[in-house]
Design a protein around this ligand. Structure first.
Ligand SMILES: *Cc1c(COP(=O)(O)O)cnc(C)c1O
Length: 383
């Protein structure tokens, strides 16, 4: 079975992990800070905090941005559940913005009209979480304009998007946002096994997230305290254990050194898909503004007006041909948990239409042309 995504591990990656295993520190050593500095430098952001998953990174970012009970957080309907759960962990409520069917990201027009309505009802969100779906950036300048007009903060869920860019800046530079989050799960662009990171240019956000990552505990308080014993530590806030291990960071750091190759291979595969699938009655990703996708996913859609082949028929045929196609995503609010919160069908018609008709084709840097040809032949066999 060809999976829809998978990691690419080199001998250097294995060596890097083994060398941490042979060292004195498996966690809280020097490799996590080194990974953080490298990702911050790569993206052009001032600060980075590595944690054990993007989900934890989103949670801590929401807390540091002051999200709590009584607050409202909005995210895109077409995303993984973690983009919404992070707000619920903080006691806030969530709502969803429909997508634009061209770039499959949060629609700026839908966001603006929803904001107008929310302002009249006095229910404006404190935070909006755009998701760079498939690695392609949302229109961040427009989002930033709306954040000033309506007074909300911006947290980028860039789980798909390390290595992608918006205008001439890499995603994660946080030029148009308060913070951005990456995931290092094995299907994402680079991996640390499990892992995530928050990027920010704010020293305050950095300080809070850093504190909350490890129990809200600090050792560096001696300057203003009389109980200043060398063994002392102080719990300042209610924090968590969301730390990344040095074993994971070593893998992440080693992978980061090959990110340009990973991205260019993905772009190469995308160009090849575009060309090989050109004649078929399917819609391929289209790019609306001056950005470069990291190409975490290659989602196609079947236009029910052009063909009577259904998505489920194509899905089944591909699975039977050994091709691990997948669907990204069921609109978050259609999951049973969210329905119990009161959400129902019809909230975001574009995201629902998209979900009914989409299929993500396999894409990962170690995919061979022979595998890609097999995938394309399998699709052609259906049509
Ligand atoms: C993968 C993913 C996450 C969660 O990442 P983890 O590192 O697995 O916690 C969050 N948001 C989106 C959009 C994702 O694709």
């Amino acid at each position: 079975m060809i999976p829809y995504g998978r990691q690419e591990i080199s001998e250097e990656d294995i060596e890097a992990v083994v060398s941490v295993l042979r060292s004195n520190f498996l966690t809280q050593g020097s490799v996590v800070p080194s990974f953080e500095r490298s990702v911050a430098g790569f993206c052009g952001a001032n600060h980075a905090v590595a944690v054990n998953s993007a989900t934890s990174a989103l949670h801590l970012s929401c807390l540091a941005l002051g999200v709590g009970k009584g607050d409202i957080v909005w995210t895109a309907a077409n995303t993984f559940v973690a983009s919404a759960n992070c707000a619920l962990y903080c006691g806030a409520s969530v709502d969803f913005v429909d997508i634009d069917l061209c770039d499959l990201n949060m629609s700026i027009a839908a966001l603006e009209s929803k904001l107008e309505i929310a302002r009249k009802a006095n229910k404006l969100p404190k935070l909006v979480i755009p998701v760079h779906f498939s690695g392609f950036s949302c229109d961040m300048a427009e989002l930033s304009r709306l954040s000033e007009k309506f007074g909300f903060r911006v947290l980028e869920d860039a789980s798909h998007a390390i290595g992608g860019s918006y205008r001439d800046k890499l995603i994660g530079s946080c030029v148009y946002s308060d913070a951005a989050v990456f995931s290092f799960h094995p299907v994402k662009i680079i991996t640390s096994g499990e892992g995530g990171m928050v990027l920010t240019n704010s020293k305050d956000l950095y300080g809070t997230i850093n504190l909350l990552r490890s129990h809200g505990v600090t050792r560096s308080r001696c300057d203003d305290s009389s109980d200043c014993n060398p063994w002392e530590y102080w719990q300042e806030e209610l924090g968590f254990n969301y730390r990344m291990t040095d074993i994971q960071a070593a893998l992440g750091l080693s992978q980061l050194s090959r990110i340009h190759g990973f991205i260019s291979r993905r772009r190469d595969l995308v160009a090849r898909y575009d060309q090989l699938l050109a004649e078929l009655p399917i819609n391929k990703p289209s790019i609306a503004h001056l950005s470069n996708s990291a190409w975490h996913l290659y989602p196609i859609t079947i236009d029910p007006k052009n063909t009577d082949i259904s998505r489920s028929k194509l899905y089944e045929h591909m699975q039977n041909s050994g091709v691990g196609v997948n669907v990204h995503y069921k609109p978050v609010y259609l999951h049973p948990f969210f329905k119990r919160l009161g959400f129902s069908r019809g909230l975001c018609p574009n995201a629902e239409f998209y979900y009914e008709n989409t299929l993500s084709l396999p894409i990962f840097s170690s995919m061979t042309y022979a595998q890609q040809d097999h995938i394309v032949d399998s699709i052609k066999a259906v049509f």
